[in-house]
Design a protein around this ligand. Structure first.
Ligand SMILES: [Zn+2]
Length: 182
């Protein structure tokens, strides 16, 4: 597990360089990304968030995640994408978003509803994946990280950003936060 960089650290504002060596060091980086994402816990993590300015991200949504209503066939899978690019996007939807690098805040961000993304797997083999709903949001958020963009850059106004409440005592019944920690 690695430390997650927080807003203000330069690595989050750099345009990450492309992956061109699909070697054991890449596999090791991806293992760290997956472990760190799951421990956080989060549903996506990009390499710059653990201090490595390289174009790779991971994403994984649990089948039990009630925020994932549109993409039942895409939950429970671990996605690993190197050099990802959005080929095509459909629709627009506003949704609540958070970021492991901006702890304590969530915001309403407009994203495409469905995206077709191409990239490469860990071995460098070309791949294409079409994702929708929450997973499409995660992919767009992570690809932004590779370009040095944070979700707060995409807010239409600061009214769309809010601070999360402190966790309530366990005896209180409160709705689960709807924010995607990505
Ligand atoms: Zn993020």
């Amino acid at each position: 597990m690695r430390r997650i960089a927080v807003a203000g650290e330069p690595v989050l504002r750099q345009k990450a360089r492309g992956v061109n060596r699909f070697d054991p060091s890449l596999a090791s980086l991806v293992r760290d990304l997956v472990d760190t994402m799951r421990a956080a816990p989060g549903i996506g993590l990009a390499a710059p968030q653990i201090g490595v300015s390289l174009r790779v991200f991971v994403a994984e949504i649990s089948p039990e995640d009630e925020r994932a209503v549109d993409e039942l066939d895409q939950t429970g899978k671990l996605y690993i994408l190197c050099n990802p690019q959005i080929v095509k996007a459909w629709g627009e939807v506003e949704g609540t978003e958070g970021c492991l690098s901006i702890p304590g805040y969530v915001g309403e961000v407009k994203r495409a509803e469905v995206v077709l993304v191409r990239g490469q797997n860990l071995k460098g083999k070309p791949m294409r994946v079409k994702v929708r709903g929450l997973l499409a949001r995660v992919f767009q958020h992570e690809i932004d990280h590779l370009d040095g963009i944070l979700f707060t850059d995409r807010l239409e106004s600061l009214d769309k950003l809010r601070k999360l409440e402190q966790p309530s005592p366990p005896e209180e019944s409160v709705p689960r936060p709807v924010a995607a920690a990505i």
